[in-house]
Structure formats: structure tokens, C-alpha cells
Design a protein around this ligand. Structure first.
Ligand code: ZN
Length: 123
């Protein structure tokens, strides 16, 4: 499993600059390793929506130390392709989740205390 630093080195080869120009974006994609240490962590951000989320967080463009400006999305697409070989949708990940009964449970509002209903369910 590539380290974010190694993803950054691939970015340098593609667009120039130094690893630090890209590190924060690649770190963000792999931060989910803190939740689950195996490859399943990728379900959180390694898909098309994750790439667009990175764009919203880091801005639509990235200015490299060389002064070159590149789309942030390019870096996200590179990261996901480095890891998976293609860019899945989140729906592709969902198809691989085995449904469990607890996932579909809903509480009926009539069982909640009256104040919780009046506040929209906020504690
Ligand atoms: Zn990754």
C-alpha cells in the first residue's frame, strides 16, 4: 500500500515541484487509515465523490512551488488511480458492503420524548 509520500513523488514526476506541494492532499486521502488500518479505509475517500470533496477542501487549483497552477482534481484522480487502477464511484463501494439488519433500523418518532421531537431530535 503506497504511503502518501510515494503518491507525492509520483505527482512530482507528473507536474513538477516538490513532494511537499502535494503531500497535504495525499495525506487527506489516506487519513482514513486512522479508522481502519487495512485497504478498506479507501471506501471513505477513494472514489469520484472523494475527489470532488478534496477539491472543495483544498480549492479548485493547486499552486506548486514552481509557480505552476494545476487542477486539484488531477492530484485526487492520480491518488485513486495509483491505489485502485481506476476511479470507482461511491456506488461501486456500496455494492461491496454486505447489508446488516442494524443498518436499516429506524426509530419511530412517537417513541422519542416530546422535547426531542420539538427540537428536531437535537439533544
Ligand atoms: Zn490512498
Amino acid at each position: 500500500m503506497p504511503h502518501p509520500y510515494h503518491h507525492s513523488l509520483i505527482s512530482v514526476k507528473k507536474w513538477g515541484g516538490v513532494a511537499a506541494d502535494y503531500q497535504h492532499i495525499h495525506d487527506w486521502f489516506d487519513e482514513s487509515k486512522a479508522i481502519i488500518a487495512d485497504f478498506r479505509h479507501r471506501a471513505l475517500r477513494h472514489h469520484a465523490e472523494g475527489i470532488f470533496m478534496a477539491e472543495r477542501i483544498f480549492g479548485s487549483t493547486l499552486t506548486l512551488s514552481t509557480g505552476r497552477v494545476i487542477p486539484t482534481r488531477w492530484v485526487g484522480e492520480q491518488h485513486v488511480r495509483d491505489d485502485l487502477g481506476f476511479i470507482p464511484s461511491f456506488a461501486d463501494w456500496v455494492k461491496a458492503i454486505r447489508p446488516e439488519p442494524w443498518m436499516g433500523r429506524t426509530r419511530h418518532l412517537e417513541h422519542l420524548p416530546p422535547l426531542a421531537i420539538a427540537d428536531g431530535g437535537k439533544p
